[in-house]
Design a binder for this molecule. Structure first.
Ligand code: VG1
Ligand code: CO
Length: 546
């Protein structure tokens, strides 16, 4: 069997290839610099040291530069021990589908090309994340090593690979290499059908219930069409923006009430669908709405846990649950009532992976519209939608009805995230440093929000492998059930974003029905005052509230 020629290319290191919360994210203009993709890919392979004959999964969210990056990445992969590549047709794979495929096909690694909810197109963002054989994102010590190597390497190896046609499914053999182009949806759809009662959902839809799903011109369009329309029988006009486009049609593929304002408008008034949902660029996020109702992601995962055994794939229950630290403690309250452990991890899905892999948890979520279970090792937007559809189909109550009853039983965690976009990252760092210095003095004080019982900088020790992650966000925990969390975003590509997370647990009926802004504005103002946000950043109000 002949093999492909391998070339060693000399090139000076790029010094900015540090992966963030979820992979390496940069402007397209940065990623498309000469050899940029190759150099980062080489740093990954130099870290992973895959044996010859390894199998790799590749797919992306279809954004601008996706196809070109895949071809370049494949050439480096083949020169570094990969002899079998499984890639989604047209280069597409949603993040959860890629995670599932890595596990299903026992791949040695996977590359997911996405900048998630960040804007696309030539002036937008691009991203690259790599996953381990578990299907989960590489842990921090691995991404740290990739960054270290990327700063020192003096070139990369590439195979002389002809352009690989990704437009048709099937197997292509090139010298010693096998490339399998797969239908991006098929295996994922089978997995979903194994977890949920498709018959019940189809019956519920046939009985006249209506759904609306907004794919935001990103990767979930084909998944939603196959599963919601073709398998479950929802009418085709249940889908919005269902065709993946390289620039997402100029939209911002971020499923939140601001960027999916059209969907929010449809949820209001008479005739609103029973469930409305949107996903993000790579299909791992979900926003769910009901008639006149916004479902906070923090509440969503809590309601899921309270009802988990009513869903076929979870009949036996779950061993435990987890949430990221800034996510509200609504999940903790349900877990406590069930006698289940509830782990608190740093922001970023990768921190759930050890717990999932060790069988300690079976359900987890983040406030940033991320929810999933042990069925894969990424968050999963459509999975969350199907979970809610299955719940509505077996329950009989409406989504707002389920939520109201949940709050009446467990109390309500009013929750908001206030984001401050700070063009000068240095000033945002100064703010965080000043806040950290203030912590000992804050402990035990009694500002307007009540006594601060805990004022610390979240430090995580992974209960499975004992790895440590420091400085994961400043927490102020009040004796009256309120909490303020501050951290800087790790997914942006310019400047810095200060995220301030606000939470208040209330149990009195009058407080439960309060609007969330009314319940949280005083706490948000207190948060701004304590951290002297205006002083450090010049911003007297948040840039956005979610
Ligand atoms: C954000 C969210 C975080 C999420 C991450 C990746 O990170 O806050 O919860 O895991 O995005 O999600 P940050 O560092 O900007 O706060 V995705 O869908 O962008 O891969
Ligand atoms: Co995403």
């Amino acid at each position: 069997m002949s093999t492909l020629d391998i070339t060693d290319v000399s090139f000076p290191p790029y010094v900015d290839q540090r992966p963030g919360t979820a992979g390496l994210r940069k402007k397209v203009s940065v990623f498309s610099q000469p050899h940029y993709v190759e150099m980062f890919t080489q740093a990954v392979f130099s870290t992973l040291k895959l044996p010859a004959g390894s199998r790799l999964v590749i797919g992306g969210d279809g954004r601008y530069f996706n196809s070109e990056a895949i071809q370049r990445l494949m050439a480096v992969a083949v020169a570094n021990g990969v002899s079998e590549i499984i890639v989604g047709q047209h280069g597409l794979l949603s993040t959860p589908a890629a995670s599932h495929l890595i596990r299903l096909r026992h791949a040695a690694a996977g590359f997911i090309l996405t900048a998630s909810h960040n804007p696309g197109g030539p002036s937008g963002d691009f991203g690259l994340k790599f996953n381990t054989p578990t299907g989960g994102q590489a842990p921090e010590h691995v991404t740290d090593e990739v960054f270290r190597i990327s700063q020192q390497q003096t070139g990369y190896r590439r195979a002389d690979l002809p352009h690989v046609d990704l437009s048709r499914t099937g197997i292509t053999r090139l010298a010693g290499l096998v490339v399998e182009v797969v239908d991006p949806v098929a295996d994922y759809a089978v997995l979903m059908e194994s977890l949920f009662d498709f018959q019940r959902i189809a019956d519920w839809l046939r009985a006249g219930h209506r759904i609306r799903f907004d794919a935001m011109h990103a990767v979930t369009g084909p998944y939603a069409r196959r599963i919601l329309v073709e398998r479950l029988g929802a009418p085709l006009d249940s889908l919005r923006h269902a065709e993946p486009l390289p620039d997402f049609g100029g939209l911002h593929p971020d499923p939140n009430p601001i960027d999916a304002a059209g969907l929010v408008a449809e949820s209001r008034g008479a005739g609103a669908p029973d469930l409305l949902a949107a996903s993000d660029g790579d299909g791992d996020r979900n926003m769910i709405l009901g008639p006149d109702t916004f479902l906070s992601p923090c509440d969503s995962v809590a309601v899921m846990l309270a009802n988990v055994t009513r869903i076929p794939g979870y009949r036996e229950g779950v061993p435990g649950v987890a949430r990221s630290m800034p996510t509200s403690r609504a999940l903790d309250v349900v877990a406590a009532s069930l006698g289940l452990p509830c782990y608190e991890t740093p922001t970023g899905w990768r921190f759930f992976c050890n717990l999932l892999e060790a069988g300690r948890i079976g359900l987890c979520g983040e406030e940033s519209f991320g929810t999933s279970s042990a069925h894969c090792r990424e968050k999963d937007g459509l999975w969350a939608v199907l979970f809610w559809l299955n719940l509505l189909a077996v329950d009989g109550r409406s989504l707002p009805g389920i939520l109201r009853d949940h709050w009446a039983r467990f109390g309500r965690h009013h929750y908001q995230r206030w984001d401050y976009v700070v063009p000068d990252a240095g000033r945002a760092n100064e703010l965080m440093e000043a806040l950290r210095r203030l912590l000992p003095a804050l402990q035990g004080t009694n500002p307007a929000g009540g006594i601060i019982d805990t004022a610390d900088d979240f430090h995580y020790r992974d209960p499975v492998d004992a790895s440590e992650s420091a400085h994961q966000g400043v927490r102020l925990i009040f004796s009256n059930g309120a909490r303020i969390v501050y951290r800087l975003s790790g997914t942006g590509t310019a400047g810095a974003t200060l995220r301030v997370y606000l939470e208040r647990h209330v149990t009195l009926p009058g407080e439960i029905v309060l609007s969330t802004p009314a319940a949280l504005t005083p706490l948000g103002e207190l948060a701004a005052q304590i951290a002297r946000i205006a002083h450090h950043t010049g911003l007297s109000a948040p840039t956005g509230m979610i």
